[in-house]
Design a binder for this molecule. Sequence first.
Ligand code: MG
Length: 236
Amino acid sequence: MVFSFFIGVGYAQEKTPESTEIWEPQPRKIEPGWGNKPPSDAIVLFDGNDLDKWEHPDGSPAKWNVHDGMVTVKPGTGTIQTKKEFSDIQLHIEFKCPEDDHDEGQGKGNSGVFLQGRYEVQVLDCYKNKTYSNGQTGSIYKDAIPLVNACRKPGEWQSYDIIFQAPRFNDEGRAIIPAQITVLHNGVVIHHDVNIQGTTSYIGAHQYQEHDLKEPLTLQDHGDLVSYRNIWVREL
Ligand code: MG
């Protein structure tokens, strides 16, 4: 009797439109950016002026060249990394591969966006440059092939919009939830909720190595004069 009474009440409640409305909590109000301006809750990592938010991995100042509202790799000075550390983020970053790089394959406009300093979204000029598919522009390097090649010409600005969820490790250091990534290249989806297989490596199968939940974002010095601008993240 008691059982059927509660079933009856529940059924009656579901018959009103209000019973399926959720009013609290309300999403936080933010101001979206106009054009290529960041939204109001973004952490701006590079606005064209300085590398104050960045450093060399040894803790010394970042040595890349800031000029004309962009920052360009200074070959041989090493990667640069954010001073702040991140876990789950939305990242916007714009890049430009040099027009006058007449190298080919992996040597043409190579750099990279390393989520948590480990998981590389490849930066390369593949407008008219064939290389292995899992190492081309927008690949999760040697891990996932982009759905399409959305490259613009070298010398033109391009963008990545990345939604990244950091991996979660258990007490034994095993990745029980892999990193997940969605990438838009120039506004085109090239990875949709892809599981990352492990730490990016040049040789051998990728495997996870345990790390902190929050780690810096790094940009690769691969010896080519790749430029970046308008870099911002939102913590999710
Ligand atoms: Mg690279």
